[in-house]
Design a protein. Structure first.
Length: 221
């Protein structure tokens, strides 16, 4: 639910994101979506009973928590590419290191990288300056255009769609260690990239002005 007083801010940010999604593919100026999600590490207390003829796999309801890790998703929708990184935690430093990797390893030849992401405190130029020397932070910052999804509008981030697919196809089960998470996520990434899987984004500004018209402020002359 979006408070009425925030409607105009939501609409402005939403339309900015939708305008970015209308851009044609440009190798020199890629549009890249980024998101992250926690993964609870769960250890089984009792061994599961495997599938056998006439019976489904049986998993005991009791489990033991083994900590939490973080999964970053970097997705270039128009190219059908995605990159994942599993970290022990999600801090400003983790995010800044990932952004440098995006600039220097994933898109070293790009003139400018448009990065679509949630408007979290850790997603800012300040995080770069808190992680790297000023000259390095400025070098990275100069190669980026930040575009933020609005508050309550994370569904506008296509990386969130990729994370949902990852969760359903790969992580929707008990895993008790980060090493296995990394292996499984990497395998999923390679398989999906090899399939050239793409998100068919169809929601436009025109659609928004019809379907979400209640969010647009009324203009009284």
């Amino acid at each position: 639910m979006i408070p009425p007083r925030e409607n105009s801010h939501f609409v402005a940010a939403m339309e900015q994101v939708l305008d970015v999604y209308k851009r044609p593919y440009d190798k020199a100026r890629p549009v890249v979506c980024m998101d992250e999600t926690p993964k609870q590490l769960i250890k089984e207390v009792r061994k599961s009973l495997p599938i056998r003829p006439g019976f489904e796999k049986k998993v005991d309801y009791e489990y033991s928590r083994s900590g939490v890790c973080n999964v970053f998703m970097v997705n270039e929708p128009l190219a059908g590419k995605r990159f994942t990184k599993v970290t022990n935690q999600r801090t400003k430093n983790d995010w800044a290191i990932l952004v440098r990797f995006i600039c220097d390893k994933l898109y070293p030849a790009a003139e400018m990288i448009t990065l679509v992401m949630d408007n979290l405190a850790s997603h800012s130029a300040a995080a770069l300056y808190e992680t790297f020397e000023p000259s390095e932070a400025k070098r990275i910052w100069d190669r980026l255009e930040f575009v933020y999804t609005p508050k309550h509008g994370s569904w506008l981030n296509m990386a969130e769609i990729e994370l949902n697919v990852l969760t359903k196809q790969c992580l929707n089960r008990r895993i008790d260690n980060i090493k296995t998470v990394r292996e499984e996520v990497k395998a999923w990434q390679n398989h999906r990239n090899n399939k050239d899987a793409r998100i068919k984004w169809q929601f436009t500004t025109k659609d928004a002005r019809v379907k979400l018209h209640r969010l647009y402020p009324s203009i009284h002359n």
